[in-house]
Design a protein around this ligand. Structure first.
Ligand SMILES: NC(=O)c1ccc[n+]([C@@H]2O[C@H](COP(=O)([O-])OP(=O)(O)OC[C@H]3O[C@@H](n4cnc5c(N)ncnc54)[C@H](OP(=O)(O)O)[C@@H]3O)[C@@H](O)[C@H]2O)c1
Length: 350
């Protein structure tokens, strides 16, 4: 019998759900025991109902699982959620109330006062909200969220910079991959040869989530980071990988070389704890003047690192640079899995 921890995937048929199934294959601690989705697919075998879009085959064990409805009677204690945000809110609450540990990718609970929004390299201490959430909601389980896929790379890079040099202003323009819109996502006739300068709700999410992640846990709640973030988000004809052009102002004097060295040498909790999904280094600082590029760099460190390039002075704020990362791996399923690994390492799964 397997000694691994059985986990369920809610929204297992979607873009993020499929990435969970792929990334959990052969995981040393977790094993997919349940898959759940909507009325459209539940009751059918996963291998028959899913429109599989990954480059590796469906894992044999998962292929023959029956898709269950998203009701809290699954045989697992951990539920990874890749649910459509139109339905994720109440379903995730039901699971937490019933005692499940829910790791959510959806926007619904990220900004709830008692829900941790965690990047393990940046704010692992925000898990301190868990007992408060359980008390507030009289729930046996709890919800932990990960950042929106664009917020992820921005907040990850700003984490060490803010700690060292106190960020005062942030300006960010994104070029976001089509896979960020799920499947089938943006119609090909809308995006081919095109740039769409609007992604509903995205700029607001980046502007507020970044401040929560870089905020301070005061023992009861999170005090948002004081700096303003201005985000402009665009959808571009790239398959995977969100690119971000960032400018920042810092309170302390520094140099581009110092920022590069800080990021290059940085190691957070996942690296110190040697979590199975942690990238060896959270940041890959690229020296070439035309990198990072999604086509060539998106799968570096199995999609779990943030790629940084072109760190240089900015004539309006202090510094500017380019970030890029895999939106469905580090920006979604991979981030949830790393959060679950952190929970286990810190004793929150007991
Ligand atoms: N794509 C990304 O890069 C990305 C990154 C970060 C976060 N997210 C977030 O992650 C979530 C999932 O995104 P996605 O791109 O994977 O979406 P998606 O491809 O549209 O998948 C949505 C999933 O939700 C299920 N679902 C829909 N209605 C349901 C219902 N009434 N009851 C139960 N299950 C239902 C679907 O099941 P059926 O197949 O049965 O309909 C499917 O499994 C969203 O909240 C999104 O904002 C996405």
């Amino acid at each position: 019998m397997s000694t691994k921890i059985p986990v369920g995937v809610l929204g297992a048929t979607g873009a993020v759900g499929q990435k969970f199934i792929k990334l959990l294959q052969g995981h040393p601690w977790f094993e997919v025991a349940e898959v759940a989705a909507s009325e459209r697919t539940s009751g059918r075998l996963y291998g028959e109902a899913v429109s599989w879009k990954q480059t590796t085959p469906i894992p044999e064990k998962v292929r023959s699982l029956e898709i269950r409805p998203c009701t809290p009677d699954l045989e697992c204690r951990i539920a990874f959620s890749g649910l459509d945000s139109a339905v994720a809110g109440p379903i995730e609450e039901d699971f937490a109330r019933a005692g499940y540990i829910v790791l959510s990718n959806s926007k619904n609970h990220r900004m709830d006062e008692d829900v941790p929004l965690v990047i393990p390299e940046v704010n692992p201490d925000h898990l301190g909200l868990i007992p408060i959430q359980r008390r507030n909601r009289k729930a046996a389980g709890y919800i932990v969220t990960n950042a929106n896929c664009t917020t992820m790379f921005l907040a990850m890079a700003l984490g060490p910079i803010h700690k060292a040099f106190t960020v005062e202003k942030v300006f960010m323009v994104s070029m976001q991959a089509v896979s960020g819109a799920g499947y089938p996502g943006v119609a090909s006739l809308d995006i081919l040869g095109n740039v769409i300068p609007y992604i509903a709700g995205e700029e607001e999410k980046v502007e507020i989530e970044t401040r929560k992640i870089l905020g301070t846990f005061n023992g009861k709640s999170i005090d948002l980071a004081a700096f303003p973030v201005s985000a402009q988000c665009n959808r571009v004809a790239v398959e995977d990988g969100h690119t971000e052009s960032v400018s920042i102002k810092c309170a302390s004097k520094t140099t581009a070389a110092e920022i590069a060295e800080l990021l290059e040498r940085y190691a957070g909790a996942p690296q110190q704890l040697k979590l199975p999904s942690a990238p060896e280094r959270p940041f890959i600082v690229m020296k070439e003047s035309d990198r990072p590029q999604p086509r060539f760099d998106v799968n570096r460190s199995k999609g779990m690192a943030t790629l940084v390039g072109r760190i240089r002075p900015c004539s309006i704020l202090d510094f500017k640079f380019t970030l890029m990362g895999h939106n469905t791996v580090r920006g979604a399923a991979g981030a949830s899995i790393l959060n679950a690994e952190l929970l286990k390492a810190q004793g929150y799964l007991e």
